[in-house]
Ligand binder design. Sequence first.
Ligand SMILES: *[C@@H]1O[C@H](CO)[C@@H](O)[C@H](O)[C@H]1NC(C)=O
Length: 189
Amino acid sequence: MGKFVYLMLLLVLPASLTELFQQPFCFVNGDTDFIQKTCRTTRYYDLCLSSLESDSASLLADTRGLAVIMVRIGVVNATSTNSYLTSQLSPPKNTNTCRNAALKKRVLKGCADKYSYAGDALKYALENLKDELYDYANMNVMAAADYPGVCRNAFERYPTLVYPDQLALRENSFKQICQVVLGIIDALG
Ligand SMILES: *[C@@H]1O[C@H](CO)[C@@H](O)[C@H](O)[C@H]1NC(C)=O
């Protein structure tokens, strides 16, 4: 019996060992190709690739799964900008007496709200993706992508206010994330 098992092991092991070593390799390789192929259909290939590759779940995801992962990255991004803006809302007490500071605070508060709405719109898009309602998902992502511009317009309405560079960077990055999502959703038909 012992000899028999040993013989079986000798016969079976080499095959299962090669399988063991090859399978994860093939998996990763194949699905990295899939991520690249998917990102090539979007407007921002590098951003798409680096974002999706930052989440190991991307390796096993289909097109819809990749869209979901990218939308979640967008939610995190919008939330981070909402927190950033909220943190700007409590300036030192003495500047509160300045009218321009009060105005800036009001505009910043409006911007924080816009990024919060943008995050909400992406959360609706997540639901839509789950339900395979791709037109609605598309609509909600487009709505999300519009909110940062509403914030920028609010700044531009007042000549005494300067649109902060940091916010411009965040606006661009968030809109690019949304564009990548739209590209992936397009591929879902
Ligand atoms: C998201 O937001 C941060 C700011 O917190 C920004 O630096 C980053 O580049 C953005 N983009 C992505 C793809 O995460």
